[in-house]
Design a binder for this molecule. Structure first.
Ligand SMILES: Nc1ncnc2c1ncn2[C@@H]1O[C@H](COP(=O)(O)OP(=O)(O)O)[C@@H](O)[C@H]1O
Ligand SMILES: [Mg+2]
Length: 291
């Protein structure tokens, strides 16, 4: 149990996540008030890794629900292990010598041992834990409503088995890359935090923390160049992940300087759309690196 945002901040830093004050406070409040934290921001601003770092910092398991188009109840909450149920039924039939009590058989088929717990159910059963509901904007409206219900109750009823209730609410981190607006009802249940790209100083610190052999000067050059690229309204502005990739690529090529030549050789680590590369080349790498 951490008792202040500063303490949580230090705990996150100790596992390699460098939060700013805003995100440390938001995560602290989520934990303290038992409310889900809804993190929105551009890709690569550290939303997913926040949940990973929180689980490490708080020494609790991380349970991840990756959302995608068409995700449903059976992938998120629970499902029945149909092949094993079938095998069990065959065994029961064989043992009964043709006099199977169908009611009893059904009862044993729908027992806990044939239930496949998916992330939401596991989180309720295993809490205290961090439950990461990642990229909720990729799921549909119906799924959102379902999620809202579970997060509101911290419990779920499996008709055949009864209620499963979390003894303590899991620390829930929802993330969205904002490919669509998530409904107000879901946001209302949550604390909200918009993650910005890190400041120059923080990004340099992240680069050096993640890539200890990276010289400070090169780290600063990469972080500064990435900041300028972010100001260009590209189709896919680079996130921290791209800064890390760029720095790794430069290091792998043995470059100790981010100049126009080394930038040109490694641009694919930081820009992922042909249109973006063309725009950057048209503006001129020299100009971008010079600021
Ligand atoms: N504040 C931070 N401290 C340490 N690493 C960070 C931070 N923010 C982002 N990163 C790193 O940047 C990369 C992308 O972060 P990620 O959490 O996947 O972004 P998102 O989920 O917002 O798209 C990861 O490798 C992550 O570890
Ligand atoms: Mg993510």
């Amino acid at each position: 149990m951490v008792t202040s945002p500063d303490e949580l901040s230090a705990a996150l830093e100790s596992v390699g996540y460098l939060p700013d004050e805003g995100i440390a406070t938001a995560a602290f409040l989520a934990q303290r008030l038992g409310r889900p934290l809804f993190c929105e921001g551009d890709p690569g601003t550290g939303k997913t890794s926040l949940a990973v770092a929180l689980s490490q910092a708080l020494s609790v398991p991380l349970i991840k629900l990756q959302c995608h188009e068409g995700i449903d109840f059976t992938q998120a909450l629970y499902d029945w292990d149909f092949p094993r149920q079938l095998l069990h039924l065959r065994a029961l039939e064989a043992a009964s010598g043709g006099a199977l009590d169908s009611e009893l058989a059904e009862k044993s088929l729908y027992s806990r041992r044939f239930l496949l717990a998916r992330p939401l159910l596991r989180a309720l059963e295993e809490s205290p834990c961090v439950l990461l509901v990642d990229e909720v904007d990729r799921a549909d409206d119906e799924f959102e409503a379902f999620l809202l219900e579970i997060l509101g109750e911290n419990a779920v009823t499996v008709p055949e088995l009864g209620e499963v209730r979390a003894s303590v609410p899991p620390l829930v981190i929802l993330t969205s890359n904002r490919t669509r607006e998530v409904h107000d009802a879901l946001k209302r249940r949550c604390l909200y935090h918009w993650l910005e790209h890190p400041s120059l100083g923080r990004e340099v610190a992240i680069l050096r923390r993640r890539l200890p052999e990276l010289p400070e000067r090169l780290a600063t050059q990469v972080a500064s160049a990435v900041r300028r690229l972010r100001e260009m309204e590209l189709l896919k502005p680079p996130g921290v992940a791209e800064s890390l990739d760029w720095a790794s690529a430069l290091t792998a090529l043995g470059r100790s300087e981010l100049d126009a030549a080394s930038a040109a050789a490694t641009l694919g680590a930081v820009l992922k759309y042909r249109e973006d590369t063309q725009r950057v080349v048209a503006v001129g790498l020299e100009a971008i690196l010079a600021g």
